[in-house]
Ligand binder design. Sequence first.
Ligand SMILES: Cc1cc2nc3c(=O)[nH]c(=O)nc-3n(C[C@H](O)[C@H](O)[C@H](O)COP(=O)(O)OP(=O)(O)OC[C@H]3O[C@@H](n4cnc5c(N)ncnc54)[C@H](O)[C@@H]3O)c2cc1C
Length: 466
Amino acid sequence: MSSIIFGRSEGTAATERYAGDVASRIHVLGGGLAGCEAAWQIARTGVECTLFEMRPLRSTAAHKTDRLAELVCSNSLKSESENSAPWLLKEELRRLDSMLLHAAQEARVPGGQALTVDREVFAERVSRAIAENPRIELRREEVTRIGDGNITIVATGPLTSGGLAEDIGRITGAERLFFYDSISPIVEADSIDLTTAFRASRYGKSLDGSDDYLNCPFDRGQYERFVDALLAADPVPAHIPEDATPFFEACLPIEELARRGRETLRFGPMKPVGLVDPRTGRRPYAVVQLRQENLRAASYNLVGFQNHMRFGEQGRVFRMIPGLEKAEFLRYGQIHRNTYINGPALLGETLQLRTRPEVFFAGQVSGVEGYVESIATGLLAGRHAAEMAAGETIRPFPRETAIGSLCAYVSGADVTNYQPANITFDLLPQLDEATRHRLRHDKKARHAEVCRRALEKLDEYRAVYA
Ligand SMILES: Cc1cc2nc3c(=O)[nH]c(=O)nc-3n(C[C@H](O)[C@H](O)[C@H](O)COP(=O)(O)OP(=O)(O)OC[C@H]3O[C@@H](n4cnc5c(N)ncnc54)[C@H](O)[C@@H]3O)c2cc1C
């Protein structure tokens, strides 16, 4: 196995130059969505790589075939509706010559506004593109250790095998490696009714001098009806057996808490102690707290509202929360099996480990959520790894792009409450104030402007770096 000598010069981890042997092989661990895109991008730049995939020797709880890039559940790569956030991410990938987006186009089947694919044709196209590429060596082998000598991209996904997960824990610190997602819903800030929700921190203890939370106050009748609706809501069917009851006492789904007793929520995530509704001058009967994240300024997280309900049910039930009657959901809650690292504690915006810049993370294990997000981080890690192998400066993507924003989130979000993200507009930087003001009554036009700006920045980047 060839090895690479890393020689540092001045600069940050993201921009350091590495004197690598161009002929040396980059190791890509995992032949899923992120790994295949990464390997293909590396080869595209003329650098060689080895792609390790453990199937069929060892499978996961979700994969059913030995094909590369198997879509384990839905066959949708989300919306193609122009100027939506999922469309923007795909459009950027297309402009960056993503192999998996090409394969998706070839495998496309009718699916309304969404890019839906025939999963067999998709996996077959990707498998063939990898097999036919002379610069990619495919090895069917389970990797249990991240080696020292090679530039390595870890893209082993949400169901990373046990041995490798242990090694990732050793490198990152076990407390920064998670095995379950416990995601709370997120709503758009300007869809919250601020005549009902009020700003305050419990006992007035704000973290930064501002009132950190928005609080949605319930009276007794509203609370009882809400608990009834929670108890009657349809659960989401489990994707894999481990998803059926993946509950820890520390992050129980709210409907499970409600099942333990009608008062349990009032003493848990909906407790009203330390809060006074300025409109009534009294403590509400119960409260749902909404928290704004530093990198998601235009949205709020429903604190402690991880749950296992169908998305449609979540919309219906959570709009019963006073102040959220017209809420627009950017993300619904989930709890599922998912191996991922605490990206903001560990990674730079180029998806390199800060402590070991020759190790990149991509795909679900890096802390993103979703098929296309996994492809996007694979593309980015592949390009940056190739730049490093060629001894070039690593060139982060512009922050205004969807890809750049996704990586800014993965590397810069709140470390203490880190939750994997899929692409939404609230991850992208806000428009300047004058434009926001000019378009304040036209959300569609604001989104179109964010997309226009992102693609313009991407094209400028491509003009320089191809
Ligand atoms: C059950 C389930 C359902 C999901 N459904 C959806 C959905 O409907 N829509 C959506 O957008 N997202 C979904 N996701 C989330 C996510 O988008 C997908 O899991 C996606 O495939 C992630 O891409 P990836 O490249 O990170 O991982 P994967 O596509 O899983 O690829 C990782 C690869 O690494 C291999 N591997 C693992 N460990 C090792 C090892 N030690 N050595 C060598 N190879 C190894 C695996 O066999 C696999 O082929 C789902 C996730 C799960 C777990």
